[in-house]
Design a protein around this ligand. Structure first.
Ligand code: NAD
Length: 501
């Protein structure tokens, strides 16, 4: 359970921005209120960044990058600081978990796992940066070429609301490990834990200006941030339409961009699968985090011979899901992030039902006793769907899953690949050769075989097609926060005179 006495030592009713190693108000004094989606009640006031604040944060980041010490520290020293960030996060674990729950309505189970992963990200990159190096390449006689990895520079990092602290950690940890400076813009609705993380980084010994966090609206300051001349790289996680818009803006000044976007990930259940594992994994795969996961497995395809057996157990298990107090360790499904998101989810479900789908579970908003002011949607299972439906093609980002039968491997692959997205896919089978064939043929950045889990610090995470490009986590993320410099040296005794002058 959460130790409230410890947590209350840190709680604030107003969170300013974090720029240049300090808590600061917005230049124009603007603030806004963030809410607890489980109750609909106000949680805290937060400073709202305007253009002057973006300028200030980017100047601090630029100064820290060009004239500061951080990128010149030895990798071992940077690694020590990253490990210290992780240590302080462990000390303030309860506070981070509580704040994340209060600002998102997610469950204790989900928040604890995500904050733990955020901590492990810092530990992973503390280790990874030490072994991250260039190469010596074979050259003609007399020539010596080596490559070295150098930090990309000042990075604008834009984070969504579904995993506020974990997504911030996915971005900040590799960037600062590489020696970059960052300006993080958390999602408007969920800025609190990223702000606390900036404070922790400073306490751990990250020099001022290296980590800055500016809450505010993407619509108001997003374009200004991503077109700003002081930004060298943009790392964006969010929806596909906003990702497209950012890429267009970034192309004007050729900023480096990585885009982690939406998904509509399939789960393929073959007749030789361990059906109990496939059922449990499929319930978790869609309803974890209230379905608000980019890699939520929101389309299930079941081989026809086991379809009825799967459905009976899937519906029975999903009926057991408990919605309720997010702080209760027994609660499985938390609140939806906002009233607007409930309406979006319901719009998809209504449209599918009008098109002939059946809801064998859920299908609407739900009233949770004690949490009547909050935003809740029933875990929903839709059958009798067809592949052209919006609910099958588009990302709903809520606790809604569609289920369809298939007959052959070829059909399963065709269905899995038939959306514009390509983030993740799950395959449930005991046949290793079939698993390998599926992993080869599915167009997705991540294929999960017989597992509902989809992210670990060392495993590259990201998509293909309209799910974006670039990777987070793993050594791959470190590569993307560095540039390769190639140094060519001549060491022959005879001076070179190619024009024979
Ligand atoms: P969103 O695209 O609405 O917002 C994401 C972030 O972008 C927010 O911080 C927002 O304020 C900001 N933003 C909005 N307009 C902007 C602009 N013009 N310029 C710059 N920034 C702008 O997404 P969301 O609703 O916060 O998050 C949900 C989406 O994120 C889903 O589509 C989900 O799939 C995706 N997501 C993807 C991954 C992944 O790794 N692929 C992970 C988590 C979430």
């Amino acid at each position: 359970m959460i130790d409230s006495e410890k947590v209350n030592r840190y709680r604030r009713s107003y969170y300013p921005m974090f720029i240049d190693g300090e808590w600061v108000d917005a230049a124009d004094g603007n603030r806004y209120t963030v809410y607890n989606p489980a109750t609909g009640e106000p949680l805290a006031e937060v400073a709202r960044a305007g253009r002057a604040d973006i300028d200030r944060a980017l100047q601090a980041a630029r100064l820290a990058f060009e004239h500061g010490k951080w990128r010149h520290f030895s990798v071992l020293r940077r690694a020590r600081v990253l490990n210290r960030i992780a240590e302080i996060m462990r000390e303030r674990f309860d506070e981070l978990v509580e704040l994340e729950i209060l600002n998102t309505g997610k469950t204790l189970f989900a928040a604890q796992g995500q904050i733990m992963q955020a901590i492990e990200d810092f530990e992973f990159y503390a280790g990874a940066i030490v072994g991250h190096r260039g190469h010596v390449n074979n050259m003609p006689s007399g020539f010596f070429n080596y490559t070295q990895r150098e930090p990309v520079g000042v990075c604008a990092q834009i984070v969504p609301w579904n995993y506020p602290l974990m997504m911030a950690a996915w971005k900040i940890a590799p960037a600062i490990a590489a020696g970059c400076s960052v300006v993080v813009k958390p999602a408007t609705l969920t800025p609190v834990t990223a702000l606390v993380l900036a404070e922790i980084a400073t306490e751990a010994g990250v020099p001022k200006g290296v980590v800055n966090v500016v809450p505010g609206s993407g619509r108001d300051v997003g374009d200004y941030l991503v077109t700003h001349p002081e930004v060298d790289k943009i790392a964006f996680t969010g929806s596909t339409p906003v990702g497209r818009h950012i890429m267009e803006l970034a192309s004007r000044s050729l900023k480096k961009v990585t885009l982690e976007l939406g998904g509509k990930s399939p789960s393929l259940i073959f007749d030789d699968a361990d059906l109990d594992a496939a059922v449990d994994g499929s319930v978790f795969g869609i309803f974890y985090n209230t379905g608000q996961s980019c890699e939520a497995r929101s389309r299930i395809y079941v081989q026809r011979s086991v379809y009825d057996a799967f459905m009976a157990r899937f519906v029975e298990k999903a009926k057991k899901l408990k919605l309720g107090n997010p702080f209760d360790p027994e609660t499985h499904v938390g609140a939806v992030i906002s009233r607007e998101q409930v309406d979006v989810i319901d719009g998809y479900v209504r449209s599918a039902l009008e098109d002939g789908a059946q809801a064998v579970l859920g299908g609407g908003e739900v009233r949770v006793p004690g949490f009547e002011g909050g935003y809740w949607y029933a875990p929903t299972i839709l059958v009798d769907v067809h592949h052209g439906m919006k609910a099958v093609q588009e990302e709903i980002f809520g606790p809604v899953v569609t289920v369809m039968p298939f007959d052959t491997e070829d059909e399963a692959v065709a269905l899995a690949n038939d959306t514009m997205y390509g983030l993740a896919a799950a395959v449930w089978t005991k046949d290793g050769a079939r698993a390998k064939r599926m992993a080869d043929r599915i167009r997705a950045g991540i294929v999960l075989v017989n597992t509902p889990f989809s992210a670990f610090p060392g495993m590259p995470f990201g998509g293909t097609k309209q799910s974006g490009f670039g990777r987070e986590l793993g050594i791959e993320a470190l590569d993307l926060y560095t540039e390769v410099k190639s140094v060519l040296m001549y060491y022959g005794t005879k001076p070179l005179n190619p024009f024979k002058l």
